[in-house]
Design a protein around this ligand. Sequence first.
Ligand code: CA
Ligand code: CA
Length: 566
Amino acid sequence: MALLLFSATSRPRAAPPLVRSATIAITSDGTRVVTINPDSNSITTLDTKRELVVCTTPQTLSIDGARVFVVCRDGSLNEIDLDAMRVRRAVAAGFDPFGVVASGGRVYVSTHDGIAVFDETTLARVTTIATEEFSHGLAIDGGKLYVTHFRSGKLSIIDLASLAVMNVIATGLDSNVSQSVVISGMRAYLPQTRSNSNNPALIFDSTAFPIVTVIDLANGVNLSSERIAIDIADRPSSLPVDIALTSDGRAFVVNAGSDDVSIIDLAQRRAIAHLQVGSSPRGIALSPDERFAYVNNTLSGSVSVIDTRNNTIANTIATTTIPLDSSILNGKILFNTSNQTTLAKDRWIACATCHFDGGTDGRTWFFKDGPRNTPPLFGIGETLPMHWSGDLDELQDVESTIRNIQAGTGLASGASNCEPSCDTAPPNAGRSKDLDDLAAFMRSLRAAPRVIALGDAALRGRALFASSGCASCHVPPLYVDQKKHDVGTGSNPLEHKGTSFDTPSLRGVADSAPYFHDGSAATLIDVVDTHGSATTLTSGDKNDLVAFLRTISFSTTPERRRAVKK
Ligand SMILES: [Ca+2]
Ligand SMILES: [Ca+2]
């Protein structure tokens, strides 16, 4: 159905379009729309309806002329010839890259360690710009590169002539899940989630808040008075991850958790409309004439086409058949959505709110058990029991999180089987297809592959890890003993579940600061300064031990190229 799809003939905007990383993008002449399909490992062109397998888990793309650049969780940067629909070349971009923008003869990729800069013609690496941690969404405007930081919510501004970081703007200590940025005039707009983890009396609707942060670029300040609270401007929603602005002052905010788009009048900070779209919408692209906005529903394998004249959905176009096992796909949808009363009240929270893409928000929440730092969920099926107090003995016990944290009615009917504690109550496995599917999805979660070479310090640290007795509890290769120990960290009067904690796995520990169950150690050096026999080591030995800890990763075996189809 060609209905209302393209409008290439209408007048283009005067200003050059903003170049930014997104999960969906349109060529500057408005004739071609390209999506990435994370679970199909592919991209799709909407106009020609062609799909091309590119890499494992594409994250974002950027279009420059007939070339498309795609970065993927497997660490690759890929150049695609859009006319021939083939991968022209692929190079290594770094660990866990997310954003990509191509402009002015260069390609910029946000990786875990900063911004990798490539020559656009040869894809040779030019340099790496060190930034704040967790560089994520990217946009280029007026000779500057804007970089969001996923967990801190800060915005870095890099001068593209000198490749120097000019400014880092804070947006509030609770800003989180900062995936994207758009620039309009002297304002930057960042969809974010406020993680209200300082709240000692959490209820579901005081836990996390969906917002659009507004930054005054002339003065380099966060305009908290202009911040848009989406739950107030529109209605309860969750996980705003992308945004498009029209020149008449409307913001189209994509809420990945509540599976909807809030259309907000920027001057009034009030919603004009909201549109329910597909599952896990992760990006939006506006046609150059602003006539249509395209939303990539990553877990439906479809694009919703919004007619911006009347703020309605004009069309939904299939983009891919997601080849995941049907149970895992269902579990992934449940993990990512807040739009089901079984899972969450008022569309407020999704599992992904705190564990976006299975990772961690880096926050420490006041849960019923006491202060609890959010762990990443990669490899979770291998390191039971779960929770810091070790009282969840099966993945289905997250039924208690659904009911107690998200205020959902529960995926299983009847009791939560977590009273007085999940491991003493009857099992939750086999009670509900959805709960079993959620468990199956969590069991499938893997960290981004990381290639690590052990330097001299790390090699010395590895020997110390063995000789200092660390390995007796953190037993390689999983670095757990599946037992609880009192290591002197549980004296806080807020603790309600004893002073012993389940030995945490150290795989990927470099990426999961802060440390200990209560987040009381900000860095790994803080851990070894207070933890077990490490306290008696010299400072040189402690540094070596930390150098080793930083290399402990999940399996470096590349993820399977295509998920298994059942
Ligand atoms: Ca565990
Ligand atoms: Ca942690």
